[in-house]
Write a new protein. Sequence first.
Length: 314
Amino acid sequence: MDNIAATSCKYAGNKTMMSWDDLRLLLDVSRHPRLADVAARTGLDATTISRRLRRLEADLGLELFERTPKGHVLTPAGQAVADRAEALEHAASEIAALSDNESPLAAGRVRLGVTEGLGSLLVAPAMAQFAERHPHIGLDIIAVSGFVSVPKREADMSIMLTRPKTGRVKVRKLSDYVLQLYAHPAYLARTPPVLQVSDLAEHDLIGYVDDLIYSTQLRYHEDIMPGLTPRFCSPSIVAQWQMAREGAGIAVLPHFIAANDKNLVPVLQDEVRIERAFWLAIHEDVHGTARVRAVSEFLDRLFARSAERLAGST
């Protein structure tokens, strides 16, 4: 019997009940390691949060968190408790989501990990429509320059550039998308013409910081022509977009970001066309919940509606 099960049996025998509120607080801290962030979300002060976490550790006889400069990080025992508490949270949410006629009502909170450009330029603008359709669901959009791990429970679901091959996740392809070269007309006017791919070697290119690339799918320049090296680099696709639109150089940008930007024009449009895909990974524990199904269906509708924009047709 593991420590968690033994702890549960011990407390059941002693007629002692641990606080569900404290378990929910543990989940909050596991998702937002800085106590100041949890305090802002819950209305509790950081001292109270810290005291309640210590009480929970004492009740369970387990060290649940490591206190680090980056905040409270779950220990292995803490992760085991959090996994079980999250299962209880999901079950409670499903029960609360039942209407009088016993049909499931999507309710609760979902954490969605998404690449920065997609989250900022495609998903976030659709939130008003999502809110109207699903008034009882809260959605955390974690749009970052990197992946948010579903197997590690950093998110309930995540849109990724490569298909995950490990972990307790359900995976499906959302969409293909296209990237092309773009630059500001003023940049092209003051530099030698770009008539063929080999001309790019003489130009200022914009791209990712090589040792911060989090997916091989982002190594675009090698696909275009071996040896191409960007002069201006950032791990942020939004920063790269801003550099290009202000005339710093030529960038590889997703069509859904750059095509409708009046400050940018395509470069070598017929010669350079890079195709990639978005994959949706959902943790098995929440895959069947009403709220996660609602977000998944919302993403399907959004991607279907944006198919031409993603594929570079418009």
